[in-house]
Design a protein around this ligand. Structure first.
Ligand code: FEO
Length: 397
């Protein structure tokens, strides 16, 4: 079913209420998601992006039964990642002559994914496609937001920015618009998306948004490729992105730990207590790396000015859940955050040094020398942990 957005623009994507893991199993989607595809009908008809392959048949049936499949004149591939290009093979099998508008990197990616030599039309920033009846698409390359091939498409005549992943959220909703969903869920999912996917590209996010704002384009809608369309208070998400891209921090610290026999957990809780004692107004969260969803945990890291990481020593190393969190933090390249390490041990005690090395590699400034504790902390040991927490918190602005 086509869902009307304006008289000349329709939604033809797929709402995926069931999705709970995305990017394979890498990203949790507690609220499902959607693969947004849009049909623009002027004198000519353009299809902007498609859907993920499991829904390709449904997508094609929808286009066919609505009678638009044969009327499509152009395919716009803003981004070749399979969640948006997964229906391309079926679409292009049905309409092999269709021109596919994408960036030069889009051609490489689509060829690499599907091994087909479709009728590619390479576009660059500023190139336009006239759809007639006052509708024109203007393309804006947005490399590394978040793949090399990514681009935005702006539709003059309707004043719509098709922003692909940017401004998106993994949020399933039968209503299409930002003002029709729970605002806490919406911004939490948008923030989680930014924290887990866009953080490494923050400088490019700032530049691209400022470049687009400098064009002073009239803007009625931002149509991303996941989640709801921004139609009300568009500046709220644009300003949020500018804020998140600027080494975002709240007055928050997080203690991330894992434990075997609760010694490191008891240390973690005492460290958190000490941090709160030093800075009573600061939010301090204590999160188990093995029990928390890693993407939710990374979202809390994103919001924090300090991350204190604890693991017992295990086989001369650290527990795998902590290794995984350190690897996530390294890859996301957070900036201007402080870190510190702690952990219990029984004999060799390598974990604290290993965590400190991981934090340094991830770009964290060490706020204090690490604290390691033999066996299970007694009351004196717990006081040392509180003092450690106080000393870390005292370094925070
Ligand atoms: Fe939603 Fe980068 O794909």
């Amino acid at each position: 079913m086509l869902k009307k957005i304006t008289d000349r623009v329709s939604y033809v994507g797929k709402i995926d209420w069931e999705l709970r893991r995305f990017h394979g199993d890498e990203y949790s989607t507690h609220h499902g998601s959607s693969y947004n595809s849009y049909l623009v009908r002027g004198g000519k008809t353009a299809l902007i992006d498609t859907v993920w392959a499991p829904f390709a048949g449904e997508f094609m049936e929808n286009l066919a039964c609505e009678g638009v499949l044969e009327k499509i004149d152009y395919v716009i591939s803003n981004h070749a990642e399979p969640d948006h290009s997964g229906a391309m093979p079926l679409l292009m099998k049905a309409r092999p002559e269709l021109p596919v508008y994408c960036t030069a990197n889009g051609v490489k990616t689509l060829k690499g994914m599907y091994h087909q030599d479709w009728n590619f039309q390479v576009v660059k920033t500023g190139d336009t496609l006239d759809l007639g009846e006052g509708l024109t698409l203007t393309f804006v390359e947005a490399p590394m937001l978040h793949w090399p091939d990514t681009m935005f498409s702006y539709l003059s005549g309707e004043n719509i920015l098709f922003s692909n992943d940017a401004f998106g959220q993994h949020l399933a909703s039968e209503t299409l618009y930002n003002d029709t969903v729970d605002q806490c869920e919406l911004f939490q999912e948008a923030l989680k998306y930014y924290a887990n996917i866009l953080t490494p590209f923050s400088k490019l996010v700032t530049k691209k948004i400022n470049d687009v704002l400098a064009l002073n384009l009239p803007l009625s809608l931002i149509c991303p490729s996941h989640g709801v369309i921004w139609r009300k208070d568009l500046t709220s998400i644009v300003e949020a992105y500018l804020k998140w891209a600027d080494d975002y921090q709240e007055d928050q610290a997080v203690v991330v730990y894992d434990t075997m026999w609760n010694a490191t957990r008891r240390m973690a809780e005492a460290v958190a207590q000490g941090m709160r004692e030093e800075r009573p107004g600061m939010t301090v969260k204590c999160l188990s790396a093995s029990k928390c969803d890693v993407n939710d945990l990374i979202t809390e890291v994103f919001k924090s000015k300090a991350v204190v990481v604890g693991s017992p020593t295990f086989n001369k190393g650290i527990l795998r859940s902590i290794a995984a969190v350190l690897e996530e933090m390294r890859g996301l390249a957070f900036k201007k955050k402080k870190g510190a390490a702690f952990g219990a041990y029984g004999w060799s005690g390598e974990s604290v040094k290993m965590i400190e090395a991981g934090l340094a590699e991830a770009g964290f400034e060490l706020a204090a020398s690490g604290l390691k504790m033999l066996w299970n902390p007694d009351n004196g040991g717990l006081e040392q942990c509180r003092e450690f927490g106080r000393s870390v918190a005292a370094t925070l602005s």
